[in-house]
Design a protein around this ligand. Structure first.
Ligand code: HPA
Length: 258
């Protein structure tokens, strides 16, 4: 059945190398301005296999925004204002531990925040009630379960679980920083996982991360001297993303069935 007028069933936020959602049809563009300002770019709302989906490129469609300058609050508020209740965050990451080599897809269940100086709450305007949201489980369990089930149904290999370490960027990490993150328990490293996940929780949005491993993090791969190039990152993201439209279509089918 086609949902061409109803609610947005899923919002997808695309990361580095993921600036549009393949197979999105009948696309309308929205340019919402929120109480937090403008999002990274237009929100594209369209149909994927008959399901209404919103897509936003986190860094802007021309990748013009570095991770620390993204207006994470405006991005989520814009999706929320359009009626989205579930957000699938696509995050390009480096792999730290053995299961997370280049081109692997993962759905982490924990995170550690190493970012600084980013606006990380909606509870800071005068008169706003301060809310200390529970964040012990930073990603929404039901949405994670649906992502994992959809991947299995689509025949897309996906690692279930792992800890995402969010770094400040935009530079990549030193080998010592990655060694420390490994000791801390991180499996993946990326620059955009926070404050997005925390803000989604504050806004009451269901939120899960689908991490796309673009490279071994500094010193983590078989060649400790390997230099990470943007071209390798983009090539690996493109190769690893081929299964995403099918996975997302099955995720949408699961949600409708619930
Ligand atoms: N570190 C941080 N962020 C990243 C990496 C990395 O190695 N690769 C892709 N995003």
């Amino acid at each position: 059945m086609t949902n061409d007028t109803g609610a947005i069933e899923l919002a997808v936020i695309g990361g580095t190398g993921l600036y549009q959602l393949a197979d999105l049809r009948d696309v309308e563009s929205h340019q919402p301005v929120t109480r937090y300002g403008a999002p990274s770019g237009p929100v594209r709302v369209g149909l994927l296999d008959g399901h209404r989906v919103a897509f936003l490129a986190r860094h802007g469609e021309g990748h013009s925004l570095p991770p620390h300058q993204i207006n994470y609050r405006a991005n989520l508020a814009a999706l929320h204002a359009l009626g989205a209740k579930r957000v699938l965050a696509l995050n390009t990451v480096g792999g730290i531990t053995a299961d997370f080599g280049p081109r692997v897809l993962g759905c982490p269940d924990q995170l550690i925040d190493y970012t600084w100086g980013r606006i990380s709450t909606i509870c800071e305007e005068p008169g706003t009630e301060v809310v200390h949201v529970d964040f012990g489980e930073p990603y929404t369990r039901s949405l994670r379960n649906d992502v994992i089930a959809a991947a299995a149904a689509a025949g897309v290999a996906l690692v279930d679980g792992g800890c995402y370490g969010a770094t400040q960027g935009p530079r990549l990490e030193t080998r010592a920083e990655i060694a420390r993150m490994r000791r801390d328990g991180c499996d993946l490293v990326g620059m955009t996982g926070m404050p997005e996940a925390g803000l989604a929780r504050e806004m009451g949005l269901d939120y899960a991360c689908l991490a796309i491993v673009a490279n071994w993090a500094a010193g983590a791969g078989p060649d400790p001297d390997e230099v990470i190039t943007l071209q390798d990152v983009l090539d690996n993201v493109a190769a690893a993303s081929s299964g995403l439209p099918g996975l997302i279509a099955l995720l949408l089918a699961r949600q409708t069935a619930e």
